[in-house]
Design a protein around this ligand. Structure first.
Ligand SMILES: NC(=O)c1ccc[n+]([C@@H]2O[C@H](COP(=O)([O-])OP(=O)(O)OC[C@H]3O[C@@H](n4cnc5c(N)ncnc54)[C@H](OP(=O)(O)O)[C@@H]3O)[C@@H](O)[C@H]2O)c1
Length: 322
């Protein structure tokens, strides 16, 4: 198939292009930067240079590519560290999830594409009530933490626009917290370094549940969603949602960092804001049962425990045959 990847030069896109090419697809990948053209070509894609926030330019690029499937992996989170003002930190990403999504949907329809696969997020957007691992039917947070409301509204916009787009099979992939090459959770990445410097404390009970996803598993699930599966929402996460009080100290040990500090919730609320306290004490993870069942996908890195360990150069444990 001919496939257009918006965000082809990003953390997911760079792992996704070779997977699509390997499966026999012809890929056109979008970047704003002529300097990244050679890298996209080396990955096996034909480059298209345009800004996704320029409706005419992005439509021209997609129409020229004549794709059957358009993939939306646009975000702008590099170097993001300010979780106190999440909406401010996510402002550019929120624009890509609203205007950028609308532009790409118009472009996909103008190009006669059949299917549209978009990145969303599983985890803190779910309502902070009930069980630890949410299914796609469960509601998003009706009352998100202060500072995160525009960000959740942008996620809602993307999901609604993609699922309701006329003439397109809309597929929304709610990825877990991404880790691995090109992300902030890899050796040298911002969050690993914050952990090393004891700037990533466990807050309060640490009962907030996080679902993770290795970027290579994101790439494999996305390739599956290109080729099969009914339109709709899919959580794409590993099998091991874990409380912050468990995964943070475990990751610190794995990377040889000192044990994370413990910060009372009242103090964290003052210094880091409401979102951080919610993320550390209240949020829920997600279940991948639907993606396993309907996309025929399963995570290679079934737990962040082994996934993070492989980033540190430890061999992945061989699982006993069933
Ligand atoms: N689920 C998650 O946990 C999650 C999701 C997303 C990101 N992240 C984290 O965020 C960090 C980096 O993410 P990132 O979003 O900065 O970078 P990224 O994933 O490396 O790439 C973002 C992609 O969006 C493209 N893009 C951005 N604005 C664009 C525009 N106006 N027009 C066309 N393309 C545009 C970029 O293309 P060009 O720059 O080449 O134009 C690039 O291909 C990673 O550490 C990752 O861990 C996490």
């Amino acid at each position: 198939m001919r496939i257009f990847v918006a965000g082809g030069s990003g953390a997911v896109g760079r792992r996704l292009i070779p997977v699509l090419v390997e499966r026999g697809h012809a890929v056109v990948a979008l970047t704003r930067h002529p300097a990244k053209v050679a890298e996209l070509e080396a990955l096996g894609a034909s480059p298209a240079v345009a800004d996704a926030l320029d409706p005419a330019a992005v439509t021209a690029a997609v129409v020229q590519a004549r794709p059957e499937v358009v993939i939306h992996e646009l975000t702008a989170l590099k170097g993001m560290r300010d979780f106190r003002h999440l909406d401010r930190s996510f402002a550019a990403t929120n624009r890509l999830r609203t205007e950028g999504t609308d532009n790409l949907l118009v472009a996909a329809r103008a190009a006669g594409a059949r299917r549209f696969v978009a990145q969303s997020y599983a985890g803190w957007p779910y309502a902070r009530v009930g069980g630890p691992a949410k299914s796609e039917e469960e509601p998003l947070d009706p009352n998100p933490p202060r500072g995160a409301r525009e960000t959740l509204a942008a996620i809602r916009h993307l999901e609604t626009a993609v699922l309701a787009a006329p003439e397109l099979e809309g597929v929304v992939l709610r990825y877990g917290g991404l880790y691995g090459p090109g992300t902030s959770l890899e050796p040298g990445g911002e969050q690993f370094e914050d952990l090393r410097r004891r700037r990533f404390p466990v807050v309060g009970s640490g009962a907030g549940i996080w679902s993770f996803l290795h970027v290579d598993d994101a790439a494999q699930a996305t390739a599956q969603a290109v080729e099969c599966g009914a339109p709709g929402l899919y959580n794409v996460v590993d099998d091991d949602p874990a409380p912050a009080a468990v995964w943070l100290p475990a990751l610190a040990r794995m990377i040889g960092a000192p044990s994370p500090l413990r910060l009372p919730a009242w103090l964290a609320r003052l210094v880091a804001g409401e979102f951080v306290v919610a993320a550390m004490t209240e949020i829920r993870g997600a279940s991948n049962a639907k993606a396993r069942r309907e996309l025929g996908w399963e995570p290679h890195h079934q737990s962040w425990r082994t996934g993070f360990a492989t980033l540190m150069g430890e061999p992945r444990p061989v699982r006993a045959a069933a």
